[in-house]
Design a protein around this ligand. Structure first.
Ligand SMILES: NC(=O)c1ccc[n+]([C@@H]2O[C@H](COP(=O)([O-])OP(=O)(O)OC[C@H]3O[C@@H](n4cnc5c(N)ncnc54)[C@H](O)[C@@H]3O)[C@@H](O)[C@H]2O)c1
Length: 403
């Protein structure tokens, strides 16, 4: 049985790994330790894993537990540091998305993997969602011939979208902004669907909705004088988990989970538009907003033999819409429709299948869902290139960032 340790006692570690591990995987893998700079959160995660050892020192955890792999579930800006340390200690690394936040850190991970001969897995759970996988299957099967163009529109609603402006994600230095932190999922899906590598990127990005767009704002919701009238008020005490995991842990590191979304020092964008040219000749138009009245995405592909459209909506007034649909148009304009059942598991059922692949393994993978460092880097680099392009107002070449 393989041994795993965690870096980062995060909500993600608790919600995905620990919960599903306890339900399904404890006979296949051993969770041997957890490291976090915050001992309150680390203690809660350690307890939830059946009282595994809790560490305040990463190197000591590696020395004492001798794991096969390190699961990286901490703040994005630190992923590279722990991935490289894990590889150099002779372990594999299983990292949450985004693999890292910029080109320099991506290169460091790729080089460390080469140098050590160990392996990095990037947990792109979206690839495991039945809906996303079905689109891949159709495109891979040649349903629309050679793909020449893709269009992806992604909408985060005012609950999910706002959440990135409350805490560490809201600073570029921590997350690379939403074009890295969030869009790494989307760019990976497109890269995978197209089966082409991104070559050149041009982007626009701005922040006009969150940040200092209103006078009536506070430091955080908990102490805000406007809490009774602000539609973005989020009560950190309302549920037991948030109170114990974040509020009661603040005294150690000052991490506020409920920062004001209108804070003046927020430096990530809330409105983004990106164009990408791919190695096989396809063009992508992508947009992301973080304040839509409902959550969802729409994608379309045009190819030599037809057009494929897919979409999914998940909140607000569109929450109760029937199952999703994939529409496939052939070159004569005739349409075949595939009804896609809504899957109620975490991340559309993706998390569970992904963990089965990691902890049990041996599953056949005809679509190539399991992702490594190259896919991790390619999706990060589109976002990193977009961030550079927004600043310089010029197109950015991905290869120049990579080597
Ligand atoms: N795949 C998905 O769909 C998905 C969903 C949510 C989050 N995530 C990813 O999971 C990761 C965690 O996100 P979250 O929102 O659950 O985080 P979180 O805010 O709940 O927790 C972050 C943890 O990192 C710890 N930390 C901070 N600095 C550290 C350091 N230097 N070394 C070690 N630990 C440190 C904090 O104390 C905290 O416990 C992120 O990389 C995020 O992108 C992925």
């Amino acid at each position: 049985m393989k041994r795993y340790v965690f870096v980062g006692a995060s909500n993600r570690a608790m919600g995905m790994y620990v919960k599903l591990y306890a339900e399904e995987f404890k006979d296949y893998a051993e969770l041997a330790g957890v490291f976090d700079i915050n001992s309150v959160r680390a203690g809660i995660l350690g307890k939830a894993c059946g009282n595994i050892p809790v560490y305040g020192d990463f190197d000591r955890m590696i020395r004492e537990t001798k794991p096969d792999a390190v699961i990286v579930t901490t703040v994005d800006r630190y992923h590279d540091e722990y991935i490289v340390k894990a590889l150099e200690a002779g372990c594999d690394a299983i990292t949450e998305k985004p693999m890292t936040i910029d080109a320099e850190k991506s290169r460091a991970i790729l080089e460390a993997e080469k140098r050590t001969g160990r392996k990095v897995i990037v947990t792109f759970n979206c690839r495991y969602m039945p809906y996303v996988a079905r689109v891949k299957e159709l495109l891979k099967g040649g349903a629309i011939g050679k793909i020449l163009n893709a269009d992806l529109e992604w909408m985060l609603d005012r609950s999910h979208g706002a959440d990135y402006f409350r805490r560490w994600h809201r600073y570029m230095r921590n997350s690379g902004g939403l074009l890295v932190h969030k869009a790494t999922h989307h760019f990976d899906m497109i890269n995978w669907w197209l089966d082409q590598n991104p070559e050149e990127v041009f982007a626009f990005g701005t922040r006009n909705f969150y940040g200092p767009t209103r006078e009536q704002r506070g430091e955080r919701c908990f102490t805000c004088p406007y809490k009774n009238k602000c539609e973005f008020f989020w009560d950190i005490k309302a549920d037991d988990f948030s109170r114990r995991f974040y509020l009661e842990a603040e005294k150690e590191d000052g991490y506020f989970r409920d920062g004001c979304v209108f804070a003046g020092d927020i430096d990530i964008y809330d409105t983004m538009s990106v164009n990408v040219k791919y190695s096989g000749g396809a063009f992508l138009s992508y947009s992301l907003v973080a304040y839509s009245p409902y959550e969802g995405w729409k994608v379309s592909f045009n190819g030599t033999e037809g057009r494929l459209e897919a979409e999914e909506f998940g909140s607000g007034i569109r929450r109760d819409e029937p199952n999703g649909q994939i529409r496939l148009y052939n070159r004569r304009g005739e349409c075949t429709t595939y009804d896609m059942m809504k899957n109620n598991g975490a991340h559309g059922g993706g998390d569970e299948e992904l963990l089965r692949d990691i902890f049990i393994g041996g599953m056949s993978d005809p679509l190539g869902k399991k992702s490594g460092s190259f896919s991790g880097a390619m999706s990060v680099l589109i976002g990193a290139a977009a961030n550079i392009s927004i600043k310089t107002k010029k197109p950015v070449n991905i290869k120049e960032l990579l080597y």
